[in-house]
Design a protein around this ligand. Structure first.
Ligand code: DQA
Length: 147
């Protein structure tokens, strides 16, 4: 199986961006860890980042038929984007939402996710490890649907 791992705005600045909240790992570090984890579970992973909502919507639409599942850290678009939610609902692939930080322990506006109804579940608060936990979860979901 193959999974698409999507990253939203400002995540290209990880490592330099508010390291007290988001940690010292760069997005390249997280990509390497994700690819390694996915490979160990027999999955192939395509890891992408965009600062543009429409590009993310396009990637989700194109995932239909090409990928078996989606992991998404929509970053600030989590809290603003009906379009990303609708795209995830449209392709109907199993999807998991991830966040580096615990979005429930920060400003009130981060506590609401538009993606909530479009994903199987959410992992937040474990830094880069959130992505690896989400890969475990999606591997579990994909195994259930194949056996
Ligand atoms: C984030 C949390 C969001 O609230 C924020 O806008 C981000 C990153 C996280 O991974 O913790 O950019 O998605």
């Amino acid at each position: 199986s193959s999974i698409l791992i999507l990253n939203g705005p400002n995540l290209n600045m990880l490592g330099r961006r508010e390291p007290g909240i988001y940690g010292r790992a760069s997005l390249d570090d997280i990509r390497d860890a994700c690819v390694q984890k996915a490979t160990a579970l027999g999955l192939s992973a395509d890891f992408r980042q965009s600062n543009h909502e429409g590009e993310l919507v396009g990637w989700i639409q194109e995932a239909a038929g090409r990928f078996d599942g989606i992991i998404i850290n929509a970053a600030a678009y989590t809290h603003t984007s009906v379009a990303l939610r609708d795209a995830l609902l449209a392709v109907a692939l199993p999807a998991i939402e991830v966040h580096l930080s615990n979005i429930h322990a920060r400003e009130d506006f981060r506590r609401h996710s538009y993606l909530g109804p479009a994903v199987r579940g959410m992992v937040a608060g474990f830094g880069a490890q959130s992505y690896l936990l989400a890969i475990d979860a999606i591997a579990h979901i994909l195994n259930e649907t194949t056996d």
